[in-house]
Design a protein around this ligand. Structure first.
Ligand SMILES: Cc1cc2nc3c(=O)[nH]c(=O)nc-3n(C[C@H](O)[C@H](O)[C@H](O)COP(=O)(O)OP(=O)(O)OC[C@H]3O[C@@H](n4cnc5c(N)ncnc54)[C@H](O)[C@@H]3O)c2cc1C
Length: 356
């Protein structure tokens, strides 16, 4: 067969080069968010060298960190002391609640300080066991690569969770998931229904109440705690996103405070008929726009079923050499918080160091 020509040849060569940059590494970390960087820091502290012993890949375009995609006015609910990895604190007052742009700068700084050169624009597609030994085959958009350890750090809040009824909904304005919200001006109608009474729904209701007529639909009444109490939540190892057991408390504004700001409270959405939304208490509304603050699915969808079902030990999966960081289902409560992910990272580094 002759050599490929033109663009095909360029693509083929790039594919081989990219994979060459990933091969013969002891570990490949998938995802360069806080979980991936925490694992990189933990491996470095065990003496492993970035690019030489391990590499970090990420599907996003260069520098497009998940914190950068969150709405710009959002302040974290965790204070600065609990919004940093164990390796370095955030500068400034430790009691303040950092903005998302500070988190982007912080993680960019951490990546550089660790000398990690993330291979951006490379998505992991699957991973499987190869042969009888301890080798894993990682499939990526840049090609396939063999390695001994793969760390899935692709986020507990990777995909928007959209309720089934949303496909039957028509409104004159916009229907957005909370992950798509950026500015109140992008909600073109005067009134907006926010579905979901968790922390995102409450924060968005507070923000939009200054410019819009807001209705907040909540399925489960939640406890409320002042935002300053988030710190103790981390220490109790509560989960940020977990829907298991009791729903997480809302931090900051209570439903009562929202009501005083003019937000109308409604129970869960029962059904939808075109533009009409029926609540489970028999009342209904016809909103101009709808924001679905209905949560997220984790980013473990590229792992094989066998790896996802066997979770016998913290961060370990049914596939030897495949570990998961930053997802409560694998690591435990608090794994999906900035302060809490360090426990996952330390456990994974320990497993990797001790694997043959
Ligand atoms: C609205 C919101 C507010 C939050 N506020 C706080 C807070 O105040 N305090 C707190 O402690 N926590 C908070 N969290 C929880 C948590 O800290 C964040 O979700 C955080 O971004 C999780 O970091 P991560 O590294 O696990 O995942 P992410 O930041 O999502 O990073 C995952 C990375 O993996 C990449 N990726 C995904 N799939 C693939 C693939 N197949 N192949 C290659 N790369 C892939 C993505 O591009 C991304 O860069 C909040 C979460 C949300 C959603």
């Amino acid at each position: 067969m002759g050599r490929p020509r033109g663009r095909d040849r360029d693509r083929g060569e790039r594919r081989i080069l990219m994979v060459a940059g990933l091969s013969h590494r002891r570990a490949i970390i998938v995802g360069t968010g806080q979980a991936g960087l925490a694992v990189a820091a933990a491996l470095s502290s065990e003496g492993l060298k970035p690019q030489h012993d391990f590499v970090v890949i990420d599907a996003a375009p260069k520098g497009a960190r998940s914190w950068a995609s969150r709405w710009p006015s959002m302040a974290l609910l965790s204070d600065a002391r609990h919004s940093a990895l164990a390796v370095r604190r955030l500068p400034g007052d430790q009691r303040r609640h950092p903005r998302v742009d500070e988190m982007v700068d912080y993680f960019t700084f951490i990546e550089a300080a660790l000398r990690v050169e993330t291979v951006w624009g490379t998505r992991a597609l699957g991973v499987e066991h190869r042969g009888n030994g301890s080798t894993l085959l990682l499939s990526t958009t840049a090609g396939e690569v063999q390695t001994r350890n793969v760390v899935c750090a692709t986020g507990a809040a990777a995909h928007a969770r959209i309720p089934d009824w949303a496909s039957a909904l028509t409104v004159p304005g916009v229907i957005l998931h909370s992950s798509e919200f950026q500015h109140p001006q992008l909600v073109p109608t005067e009134d907006v229904l926010i579905v979901g009474g968790g922390n995102s729904g409450v924060q968005l209701a507070r923000e939009l109440a200054a410019s819009h007529t807001v209705t907040l639909s909540t399925r489960t009444p939640r406890r409320q705690r002042p935002a300053t109490r988030h710190t103790s939540g981390v220490e109790e190892r509560t989960s940020w996103l977990s829907r298991k057991r009791r729903p997480e408390p809302v931090l900051g504004d209570s439903y009562h405070q929202l009501r005083r700001s003019g937000v109308r409270l409604k129970p869960a959405v029962g059904s939808v008929e075109g533009a009409l939304i029926n609540f489970v208490d028999g009342t209904h509304t016809q909103p101009g726009s709808v924001i679905l603050a209905t949560g997220y699915h984790p980013g473990d969808d590229w792992l094989p079923e066998s790896a996802r079902t066997d979770r016998s030990r913290r961060t370990m999966t049914g596939l030897p050499g495949l570990f998961v960081a930053g997802m409560p289902g694998y690591g435990g409560r608090g794994s999906d918080t900035i302060a809490g992910v360090w426990r996952d990272a330390a456990a994974i580094a320990n497993h990797i160091i001790n694997r043959p």
